[in-house]
Design a protein around this ligand. Structure first.
Ligand SMILES: Nc1ncnc2c1ncn2[C@@H]1O[C@H](COP(=O)(O)OP(=O)(O)OP(=O)(O)O)[C@@H](O)[C@H]1O
Length: 148
């Protein structure tokens, strides 16, 4: 079993072209780098609990989903990673890996210096370039005639 907890950009690029590669733990600084510091310019969408960014690799693009309110949804995040690690299907977006970093940051709180944990929780997927399915079934792409 591979016990390393992080991998490099080159290893991530190799994973992208190897369909058999298993999802991996990804280091936060790598995800920060390939999203240009989670740049607004690379934002591709937002869900209820996360912002999704395009991330540029030398051999392709991936989608990085950065969760907000990480403390509130810690259990859900664990469950989601656990499920995503188990599923693999041609009709499902490929899960590439996750990041669950916590770093202690010293700062002032009520006049005292305290150490606060800053959590980062992210999920990485293959990038789907054609937008949301929702757009195809609801707007100008043409409405379907639903059978009753
Ligand atoms: N792998 C991806 N490739 C390309 N775009 C993506 C990808 N994943 C998400 N997006 C874009 O980001 C938007 C938000 O994604 P997210 O998964 O957070 O949304 P959601 O499923 O609508 O939200 P929630 O998780 O709250 O139900 C999507 O509507 C889509 O436009």
């Amino acid at each position: 079993m591979d016990l390393r907890v992080s991998l490099t950009q080159i290893e991530l690029e190799c994973m992208l072209v190897d369909d058999d590669a298993e999802p991996k733990a990804l280091p936060f600084p790598l995800l920060e780098k390939i999203t240009d510091g989670f740049s607004d310019k690379l934002e591709i969408g937002r869900g209820g609990f996360a912002v999704v960014y395009k991330a540029m690799l030398d051999n392709g693009i991936i989608a990085v989903k950065r969760m907000s309110n990480t403390y509130m949804y810690e259990k859900e995040f664990h469950r989601e990673v656990e499920c995503l690690m188990k599923v693999k299907h041609k009709n499902l977006v490929r899960f590439l890996g996750y990041c669950a970093d916590t770093q202690g940051n010293m700062g002032s709180y009520n006049g005292k210096m305290v150490m606060a944990d800053v959590q980062q929780r992210l999920l990485c997927f293959e990038y789907l370039p054609k937008g949301s399915l929702d757009d195809y079934i609801t707007d100008s792409f043409g409405e379907f005639e639903w059978r009753k």
